[in-house]
Every structure is written in structure tokens, then in C-alpha cells.
Design a protein around this ligand. Structure first.
Ligand code: 6GU
Length: 229
């Protein structure tokens, strides 16, 4: 999978060189390219923002540098990309979104700052590929970078070959619509806390039943919104 990222803070994405995604890049499974939006400005101050038409607080990202960089990343790719613009005004990003996007051959993340990106950029991007405005949740970050990073990790780990044991992707929170069951490892007793006896019983049927019950109980307690009424 190819992933292009456009940002005025390309150094935010240096961490994509470490851990699981860093290894996947090294092995050529993920081709991640980070672009500095300011490289696509033409004035001495490398201006990327301006005051909003209609007035109001804050600044808006100018369309011209975005147009140039989107042309560049879209034209040297084999297929039409999906453009993902992280935005608190977007649709909600979920595990289903991550799964859907993990099968795309080419994603382009456009990270906005300030009050947002000139709306015409989204209309223009739609002529080059699909466009998605996507939000992590109902709170506000200073820009799209941290959100893009979270989405890239959630999507990237679902790309075949990135996570060594694909079975570890199956039994985790949100894959079956419930929160994950609690996990324990050795020692069996630690500082007075014991591992539930049933997990040490060797009865796989009982273990599976207990885990299912734990999933339901935790989901009811912490995330009742995930359960059907
Ligand atoms: Cl995707 N962007 C920003 N700036 N803030 C957010 C967000 C995204 N998701 C939640 N808050």
C-alpha cells in the first residue's frame, strides 16, 4: 500500500520509522511518503494561510499549495487515490473505516492546521480520487497530524503482512463489536492478586464462555452505546 502524507510539519511523521509500521516500511509492504506543504509555496515567506472571507477568527489554509501537491501525488500513482482529510467536522473514524481503507492501494492524508483548509480544495481533490473527511471523535486537536498518525497506524496494521500473526487481529476490541476480554500472564499470583481460576483450568469451552461473558459485561459497563437496545 502507498500512503502519501501532506503537512506543514513533516517531522511529526518521523515516528513512522519505528515499531511495527517502521518494519513494514523497511520490508516494502508500506510505501509511506511525507510531503512538506511549504515546498509548494512560491512566495518568500512560504505562506500557507490567509484570512477568511466573510470574517471571523483564525486563518484558513490557501488552496494553491494544496492544488500543487495533490496534483503531484495523484499523477505519479498508478490508480486514483483516496484522499483522507482529518477533520473534527468529518465522519467518524471507526474500525470499520480502518478495515475499508486498508484494502485501498493508495491513500493520501491531507493534514490541515488553523481553522481548516479552503473548501474548494476538497472539490478539486474529488476530481483526482475519492475524498473522505474523517474525525477521530468529538474533541478538537490543533491540526490533522496526530489524527492522521492514529489513522495510519489503525489502517496500516490491517494491511496483510504488517502484523506477523494475523490471528492477533481477530480477538481484539471492536472487531466483533464488543470490547476485548481481560488478559493475564504469569505469575498466577502477584501482590495478592490471583489470575481467575477458570483460565488455569484447561477447559477451553469454559474459557471461551467466560471470555464472552467478560466482553459483554465490560461493554455494558464502559460502552453501552456499542450494544443493541
Ligand atoms: Cl481528524 N482533526 C482535528 N483537528 N481534531 C480532531 C480530529 C481530527 N478528530 C478529533 N478531533
Amino acid at each position: 500500500m502507498r500512503i502519501d502524507v501532506v503537512s506543514i510539519f513533516p517531522e511529526f511523521f518521523d515516528v513512522l520509522e519505528v515499531s511495527l509500521l517502521g518494519k513494514a516500511r523497511g520490508r516494502g509492504i508500506l510505501d509511506i511518503r511525507v510531503h512538506d506543504l511549504r515546498a509548494h509555496t512560491h512566495d518568500r515567506h512560504r505562506t500557507v494561510d490567509d484570512t477568511p472571507y466573510g470574517g471571523g477568527a483564525g486563518m484558513v489554509m490557501k488552496p494553491e499549495p494544496w492544488g500543487d501537491v495533490l496534483d503531484e501525488v495523484a499523477t505519479d500513482a498508478a490508480s486514483r487515490p483516496i484522499f483522507v482529510f482529518p477533520s473534527p467536522a468529518g465522519e467518524r473514524f471507526t474500525q470499520a473505516t480502518a478495515r475499508e481503507l486498508s484494502s485501498a492501494p493508495h491513500l493520501v492524508f491531507g493534514c490541515g492546521r488553523y481553522e481548516g483548509i479552503d473548501e474548494r480544495v476538497f472539490a478539486y481533490a474529488a476530481t483526482l480520487g475519492d475524498v473522505r473527511l474523517v474525525s477521530l471523535g468529538d474533541y478538537v486537536l490543533n491540526g490533522g497530524e496526530v489524527a492522521a498518525m492514529a489513522m495510519i497506524e489503525a489502517i496500516g496494521r490491517l494491511v496483510p503482512g504488517v502484523v506477523g500473526n494475523p490471528e492477533s487481529l481477530v480477538e481484539e476490541s471492536h472487531e466483533d463489536g464488543l470490547l476485548e476480554y481481560p488478559s493475564y500472564t504469569k505469575p498466577a499470583s502477584w501482590r495478592g492478586y490471583d489470575v481467575p481460576e477458570i483460565l488455569r483450568s484447561g477447559d477451553h469451552g469454559k474459557v471461551a464462555q467466560w471470555r464472552r461473558g467478560q466482553q459483554l459485561e465490560r461493554t455494558r459497563e464502559r460502552r453501552p452505546d456499542l450494544l443493541p437496545d
